[in-house]
Write a protein that binds this ligand. Structure first.
Ligand code: RRO
Length: 361
């Protein structure tokens, strides 16, 4: 049996060679080089502090904070969470302390603890987003994530991610006002007919990258009360139930806009799930819902991803970003020989233009 050890070396057993590949997990997001591709997703761990006992947050790619509004907000009425098969529904409604309290308290904590902060901002008007972006000037912010896709707003007209001109206006406003050296990523909704159209509108108007995807709108009805479970009736569905949907969005956007850096989000529970997103075209991933039953998941997923790459004799994560899009004639055989067999190197040789395999192991 394989043993994935904590220091990332993947061992098989004594009869097989171990893969002592020191995988380079560095990834590029716009102008940034980040040493690890795994981030926490917005909304599942406030501003990251409560995950510190379970993860070395400095070693992760970063923490994406809960979307922040200009002012404090209590959020929607309870109940605002419901379990679903392979996922959950939330209807939090942008609860938060407002930008000033966030900067003073939460962002300061992330800075003091050496954690890369991806600040997620959300608003109800273009002007809100402009003001929020301005507030980030001079702050210790690694990236901005512009949340234009919250499903839990009273007016669906405020889901800017559902209409290309509305999305473009928000992105322009943020790019104009945010600190110029800070990459602006825009978080999109899967609840659109053509996600590539929205992605293009964002990129054409100044987005440095895209976060794909937010939750998808769902509903749960209690058969006993015969009413919706959530007080807000509808909520955002997350977890493994949406993984293929999210993966499809990453695939389509990478296919259309291969130069645009993507963060993949949606039901990632393991390193292999993360690898799927990387192969589809994501340069990084965000881990969210799994945190509720495994708060150490971000660090674990990073270790598992590293081990999965080592097992496949891939020395650099960035070499496999989008690799699943390669032409069919370059496919890896369906059942490659077990790790350790020299044949493996020969069989994957056609990809060498895209992937640098360690040959000396
Ligand atoms: O706060 C929420 O209800 C929420 C947000 Br801001 C979001 O972007 N996605 C989501 O599922 N819930």
């Amino acid at each position: 049996m394989s043993d994935v050890s904590g220091d990332v070396r993947l061992r098989t057993d004594d009869l097989e060679p171990s893969y002592d590949i020191d995988v380079d997990m560095t990834t590029t997001l716009g102008k940034l080089e980040i040493p690890d591709p795994v981030f926490t997703a917005s909304g599942c761990a406030a501003a990251g502090r409560e995950l510190a006992p379970f993860n070395d947050l400095r070693a992760l790619g970063g923490v994406v904070t809960k979307s922040i509004l200009l002012g404090p907000r209590a959020g929607r009425a309870t109940p605002r969470m419901a379990e679903t098969p392979s996922g959950m529904l939330n209807s939090i409604g942008l609860q938060g302390p407002g930008i000033d309290a966030f900067l003073d308290r939460d962002l300061r904590w992330l800075e003091d603890n050496g954690v890369r902060a991806v600040v997620s901002i959300a608003g109800t008007s273009v002007d809100d987003y402009s003001k929020l972006a301005s507030k980030l000037r001079g702050q210790p912010v690694t990236m901005v994530e512009v949340n234009i896709s919250c499903p839990n707003v009273e007016d669906r007209g405020q889901v800017f991610a559902c209409e290309r001109n509305a999305a473009a206006a928000v992105v322009q406003a943020v790019r104009r006002n945010a600190p110029s050296q800070v990459p602006v990523f825009v978080k999109l909704s899967p609840d659109v007919t053509d996600i590539v159209d929205i992605a293009r509108a964002c990129v054409d108007n100044g987005a440095d990258g895209l976060s794909l995807v937010n939750t998808t709108l769902g509903i749960v009805i209690d058969p006993d009360t015969m009413r919706p479970v959530l007080a807000g009736v509808t909520g955002g569905l997350s977890g493994p139930a949406i993984r293929p949907l999210a993966l499809r969005c990453v695939w389509q956007v990478h296919q259309a806009l291969p130069e645009v850096p993507l963060m993949g989000i949606g039901g990632i529970r393991t390193g292999l799930d993360a690898l799927e997103f990387i192969l589809a075209g994501a340069s990084a991933v965000q881990v969210g819902t799994v945190i509720f039953n495994d708060p150490s998941a971000p660090a674990r997923i990073s270790r598992e991803l590293r081990a999965a790459l080592a097992q496949r004799r891939i020395a650099r994560l960035r070499d496999v970003v989008g690799l699943a899009h390669r032409p069919p004639e370059l496919s890896i055989p369906e059942e490659p020989d077990p790790p350790g067999d020299e044949e493996l190197v020969a069989e994957v040789a056609p990809h060498r233009s895209a992937v640098s395999f360690e040959e000396d192991v």
